[in-house]
Structure formats: structure tokens, C-alpha cells
Ligand binder design. Structure first.
Ligand SMILES: [Zn+2]
Length: 110
């Protein structure tokens, strides 16, 4: 599969960006649940969406298909009524853009 990885040197690039991008990419590709979803004791505030603060919103399904903070980016998916896997693919394809606007989208922190 070809990757459209345009290395735009005009964009400022913090050192951690590439690693974070890779980690979020893996999390979405593998469908990794967060610790609290597996029943591992997690404080209530750590289960909230990192973007919109929705209770129990810190999970892939919410980030990909529910979180209103990324509505504009989600609407760029050119599939009508996209399924969760469609949205996962969409966000994988646009991950760099998504993370530059929302650095804690699908936060890698448990
Ligand atoms: Zn949210």
C-alpha cells in the first residue's frame, strides 16, 4: 500500500510528533482498547474524552465516530453513512492533519 507521506518542511515539527503519530496509528489500526475499557481501575476523570470531556468518551469508537470536536474532519470522509472501520481508515489517512489540529485525538496515554 502506497503512503502519501508528504514531508512538508514548511510545517513546524515538534520532535515528539512523528512518534506520537506512529503510536496513534498503531492504536487505531489494531483497535486497541484503553485500560479502563478492559476493566483496569482508572479514575473517572481519566475515562473522559480528552477533547470534548464526555464521560466514558475516552475510547476509539468515540474519537472516531462520536466526538463532536472532530466533526469537521469526520465530514471529510467521502463515504456516506460510514461504518466504524470506514472512519478508522479515514482518520488513518488524515492522521497527520487530525493530530496537528487536535494533538490528543485518540490520546496514547491510558
Ligand atoms: Zn469527545
Amino acid at each position: 500500500m502506497g503512503e502519501a507521506d508528504t514531508d512538508d518542511s514548511r510545517q513546524p515539527r515538534p520532535a515528539h510528533t512523528t512518534r506520537r503519530l506512529e503510536l496513534v496509528r498503531s492504536r487505531i489500526s489494531l483497535g486497541c482498547p484503553y485500560a479502563w475499557e478492559l476493566g483496569i481501575a482508572t479514575p473517572e476523570d481519566k475515562r473522559r474524552c480528552r477533547l470534548c470531556d464526555e464521560q466514558n468518551g475516552h475510547k476509539l469508537e468515540h474519537y472516531l465516530s462520536g466526538c463532536e470536536c472532530v466533526n469537521t474532519l469526520r465530514e471529510k470522509c467521502n463515504i456516506s453513512n460510514p461504518t466504524l472501520p470506514d472512519l478508522a481508515k479515514h482518520f488513518l489517512n488524515t492522521l497527520k492533519e487530525t493530530l496537528s489540529g487536535h494533538p490528543i485525538f485518540c490520546d496514547i496515554d491510558k
